[in-house]
Design a protein around this ligand. Structure first.
Ligand code: FAD
Ligand code: NAD
Length: 579
């Protein structure tokens, strides 16, 4: 039976390719592994190899045709064998000389109300205004949402102070910076954080003015799918209407129903931990997720004794396992104590502050930890209670709004973005990307939210960042892959910056070497990861990363070395493998 030659998927984002040149003609003998047809996407050119020995018995897709991924290109079979017409399922080829579609023109003067001024809402508003919409943003609390006021920026402020302290304490003497009596001025740490937040949030006010966006202070709630009731701080309620609505109301910290937790004033959430007046001597962190560990790292560097209790048998499940190992080892070196498989059962009062009682599943015994403060960081839930989704008939699961990839809800004039939507990462840049997609669709410019280039960054010490497939996920999906790794200890700049702690790991497809995932732990990993995201978006191969000259001395060189390692071509490390 003849073997189909199909359009391969050369990268995570590839949807179709053009048949640029057949390298064999019908009737030619071909050998498995031999290039038979050249294809081009909008980003790269590659050759498709024969999967089996035989004869190219039929060419189905002609040169110049655009064929979707998995579309039929031709058949290899026995000489003289015939094959029928292309199966009905084979996607039809586009006419070779089709005129390009005219770019969509934005619909001017559409009115849009955005509910929530976080990184989802304010970015959506600015993009909508650029496209000619009349935009109003309603927020009940602050410009900048969780991210700028009580989330990303405040935590990173604390972590920056913490990093400086750690560098001086841990590295100072060795690198010739001998500072006597380094200490934390904790009220100043908090003051600096507040100043940075304030600068950024007032910047958003300025951007709204520049873009002629109306800002209304108040709590919005749907009356029906076409009307919002907005209650202002003075208690007055006004009805407002628009052609389209974007819900961007974000999320709030989840408070688990653990007995004794709510009543204990020493149990705080991330917002509380970012505005303490005094540095606590000790802190139990419930939850070894992103919030728990970032705050744990900051306070551990300031000198607080940190104990993390986590229900699962591992922390930070979103990261590639190789990164987690290095991160956890460093956090242990900082003095952070981890108790895994220790779900919290209750919280009791104690003279110190609070006592956290857990069930240690490894021994099946009760264990307890006392501390001045207890940080509860067990996830975030959608902040949609006040918006009255039911009145507008918006489909949701426990408050998480169901959307399609255009960010549209089941009610055609209502879109939702960011932390309040179902099944997506709860990250600031995710919310912003969704915001742009939502308003472009409202304004008549087709756009879809595609999370394949969405990086995850965890600002622990050292920073960890990840984009695309982890090795664990590639295995789970049954993808044939190659791995390239390079330790930061072999990189001059990393050695200078943090003693060479960390690693770069690249996952690439085995056949075409296209980058499928990049994972970095080490200095400035959260900045470096964008090269991986770009590689995935542009369907680059490890050869493309290698062909790009990386500046010296920079940590970026470690990424090129990881790409070299995937082909057994490392320069700054002996090679054990050959592809
Ligand atoms: P939000 O930022 O939550 O904004 C929602 C806005 O809606 C708020 O201003 C709220 O007042 C308003 N609102 C709610 N209901 C109504 C209503 N009915 N009427 C009017 N207004 C309303 N993400 C990262 O990418 N990187 C990080 O480093 C990072 N660090 C974080 C650290 C912490 C401690 C926390 C808690 C979160 C962190 N996040 C981080 C997550 C990030 O903050 C969120 O993903 C992001 O803020 C979500 O944006 P959003 O626009 O969907 O919602
Ligand atoms: P999370 O889901 O990342 O982690 C919560 C952890 O708590 C999990 O590991 C869970 O197993 C554990 N847990 C739950 N119940 C428990 C119990 N009873 N006892 C012990 N452990 C328990 O949630 P988070 O850390 O609260 O963060 C919420 C979201 O905020 C993140 O998913 C992320 O999207 C966002 N965030 C992102 C960043 C960043 O991008 N750097 C930083 C902070 C927050």
């Amino acid at each position: 039976m003849a073997t189909e030659i199909l359009m391969p998927q050369l990268g995570l984002t590839m949807e179709e390719g053009e048949v640029t040149k057949w390298l064999k003609k019908e009737g030619d003998a071909v050998k498995a592994g031999e290039p038979i047809v050249e294809i081009t996407t909008d980003k790269l050119t590659n050759e498709v190899n024969a999967e089996v020995d035989g004869t190219l018995i039929k060419i189905v897709a002609q040169e110049g045709e655009d064929i979707p991924v998995k579309g039929l290109l031709g058949y290899i079979g026995k000489a003289g064998e015939t094959v029928g017409a292309a199966p009905a399922a084979a996607p039809a080829a586009a006419p070779a000389a089709a005129a390009p579609a005219a770019p969509a023109q934005p619909k001017k003067d559409t009115s849009i109300i955005v509910i929530g001024a976080g990184p989802g809402g304010y970015v959506a508003a600015i993009r909508a205004s650029q496209l000619g919409a009349k935009v109003t943003v309603i927020d009940e609390k602050y410009l900048g949402g969780t991210c700028l006021n009580i989330g990303c920026i405040p935590t990173k402020c604390l972590l920056h102070s913490a990093e400086l302290i750690s560098e001086i304490k841990d590295q100072g003497k060795d690198i010739g910076v001998d500072v006597e009596g380094v200490k934390v001025n904790f009220p100043q740490v908090i003051k600096h954080k507040n100043e940075i937040s304030h600068k950024l949030t007032s910047g958003i006010g300025g951007l709204f003015k520049a873009n002629k966006i109306k800002h209304v202070e108040g709590t919005a709630s749907f009356v029906d799918s076409k009307t919002l009731a907005v209650k202002s701080p003075d208690g007055k309620t006004e009805n407002m209407t628009a052609d389209a609505y974007v819900i961007a109301t974000g999320s709030i910290n989840a408070i688990p129903p653990i007995p004794g937790l709510k009543d204990n004033p020493n149990c705080i959430d991330s917002t509380g931990a970012l505005s303490l007046e005094k540095l606590p001597k000790s802190m139990v962190v419930i939850g070894g997720g992103v919030i728990g560990l970032e705050i744990a790292c900051a306070y551990a560097a300031f000198g607080t004794k940190i104990t993390v209790v986590e229900a699962l048998d591992h922390v930070l499940p979103m990261l590639d396992g190789d990164l987690t190992k290095i991160g956890v080892a460093h956090m242990k070196k900082m003095g952070i104590e981890f108790h895994l498989e220790c779900p919290v059962q209750s919280v009791e009062n104690s003279a110190v502050g609070a006592k956290v009682v857990c069930l240690d599943k490894k021994t099946n015994k009760e264990v307890s930890f006392e501390a001045e403060k207890v940080l509860v960081a067990v996830g975030r839930r959608p902040n949609t209670k006040s918006i009255n989704l039911e009145a507008a008939g918006i489909e949701n699961q426990k408050g998480r709004i169901v959307v399609n990839d255009q960010m549209q809800t089941n009610v055609p004039n209502i879109y939702a973005i960011g932390d309040c939507v179902l099944g997506k990462a709860q990250l600031a840049h995710t919310a912003s990307a969704m915001g742009e997609v939502a308003v472009e669709n409202i304004m008549g410019i087709p756009a879809v939210y595609d999370e394949r280039t969405n990086p995850t960054c965890v600002y622990i010490e050292p920073e960890a960042a990840s984009v695309g497939l982890t090795e664990e996920k590639a295995k789970e999906l049954g993808i044939d892959y190659i791995v390239g790794k390079f330790p930061m200890s072999g990189n001059g700049k990393a050695l200078i910056m943090n003693g060479g702690e960390g690693i770069v790991k690249i996952i690439a497809g085995k056949e075409y070497n296209e980058v499928l995932g990049m994972h970095i732990i080490g200095p400035r990993a959260s900045d470096l990861i964008c090269e991986g995201a770009l590689a995935i978006e542009a369907e680059l191969t490890v050869e493309d990363l290698i062909a790009t000259i990386h500046s010296h001395p920079t940590v970026t060189e470690a990424m090129r070395e990881a790409a070299l390692d995937s082909l057994g071509r490392c320069i700054h490390m002996p090679n054990k493998k050959k592809k």
